[in-house]
Design a protein. Sequence first.
Length: 290
Amino acid sequence: MSKPHFTTLISADQLLALIQTDQPLMVFDCSFDLMKPDAGDQQFAEAHIPGAVRANLDQHLSAAHGAPTAASGGRHPLPAREAFAAWLASVGFASNMQAVAYDRQRANYCGRLWWMLKWVGHENVAVLNGGLHAWYAAGGVVTSGGATEHAPTQFMTSEARATLINVQQVQKRLGQPSQSLIDARAEPRFKGEMEPIDPVAGHIPGALNRPFGNNIDDDGLFKPAVVLKAELLELLDGRDPASVVHHCGSGVSAVPNIIAMEVAGLGRQALFAGSWSEWCSDPARPVEKG
């Protein structure tokens, strides 16, 4: 019998069952708080799924600002694929493993690791639907303290399974039907009514707005595929789903929209990882409000 592989979402019950098998598995805790960068580490120390590896957005899933090897711009620049692969190897992740990523923030941050694993060529990665809350609800146990040590491996990159778009590509195709921009930030930030993080308020001209939280129901789970599909097609209003480029403030909260479109059967679209924080860093680039 072939072993199950999860490539978008995995339920807490499915994860509990998977842990009981001999399938190689690594769980990553990606909890984070933009306004309190130390909060995720504190949450992990207080409670995490046994055996989970800590994946900190700033330390492990982003490059240093201004790093010459960074693969994108913006507030959370992507590290080079090789640098990310080296970190995966250092924590014991191997190419035969199923990866599961979770957080406590309604999938805001764990999607980053999901996308980055696709980007370095690893398809078998899923987001824990409902995060740690769903784990508790399913009867999953937690442990406290530091992360479990895993023996290093030799993880190598392979052909990317996710598409990365840079700011020059976005600007070149601005206003063309071959590009449909979807911005995952909250509506007041998108409209330019307020901007608590970046120096300029507003959005990229022509972008559509779908706050990432719109994909999540009252129980903290991704909405059913049929609901996501209906909502996303209504937003696109006839635009080709394949033309979509997802972005947000810094390339993190855009990923739940990527996952939602894939769950809805609409394919896997590109990510503009530099997002609004990179776009608005050049005053020559146009800004739209409202």
